[in-house]
Design a protein around this ligand. Structure first.
Ligand code: HEC
Length: 186
């Protein structure tokens, strides 16, 4: 199929070089990725929890990991920085982010899905060693951050069953965009 398309693409003009006609089907280098190599990258976690690995953690377990691996960049309680603020529920009423762009968006006031927290922390944090956390550490960190944002109880265990059931404060603030044509702003 690709060969046909390249061939057609190359025939259109007389002054362009006809590279398509000579393109080989393969270039003779590289190899198929192994299942293990794919697994390293295949770690997305979806809103409904699909993709969550086995494991568990509580806020107190996560607190210890947070102190060692996160506090230097996000502050002792997730508020102080120097980097992104991770804790905050204000404003508790309304969703005025469009009107007040200076309002700080946090897990507690903006994120629609708890499972995204697992996906993101596992994939991207700590910034200086992404991918280094074990599942139990990530579940603990997620529990700690959800507890600090007043979303779950301090004793709640986060695991593949409980995490997708956590309803985030901003959950209903996001709707599927089903507009068809017409003005882009609703
Ligand atoms: C070396 C500094 C550094 C460390 C250590 C670090 N982070 Fe981050 N973190 C950042 C930066 C910078 C960003 C913003 C990244 C971006 O916007 O692309 C960020 C973003 C985040 C966010 C997204 C915040 C939001 O609402 O957009 C979360 C959640 C987070 N980090 C959690 C953690 C956790 C949990 C740890 C510990 C395992 C950690 N971080 C360790 C620097 C760090």
């Amino acid at each position: 199929m690709l060969g046909t398309m390249l061939l057609l693409g190359g025939c259109g003009s007389h002054d362009r070089p006809q590279v398509g006609a000579a393109a080989p089907v393969t270039f003779g280098f590289g190899r198929p990725a192994t299942a293990d190599e794919i697994a390293v990258w295949d770690l997305d976690v979806r809103p409904d929890g699909a993709g969550l690995p086995p494991g568990r953690g509580t806020a107190s377990q996560g607190s210890a990991v947070y102190g060692r691996k996160c506090a230097a960049c996000h502050g002792a309680t997730g508020i102080e920085g120097p980097f992104d603020r991770l804790v905050g529920r204000e404003p508790r009423q309304g969703f005025p982010f469009g009107r007040l762009p200076r309002l700080v968006k946090t897990i507690g006031n903006y994120w629609p899905y708890a499972t995204t927290l697992y996906d993101y922390v596992n994939r991207a944090m700590p910034l200086n060693a992404p991918g280094s956390l074990k599942p139990d550490e990530v579940y603990g960190l997620v529990a700690f951050l959800l507890w600090r944002n007043d979303i779950i109880a301090s004793s709640a265990e986060m695991n593949p069953q409980t995490l997708p059931r956590v309803v985030m404060p901003a959950h209903d603030r996001f709707v599927p965009d089903n507009r068809r044509g017409g003005p882009e702003i609703r």
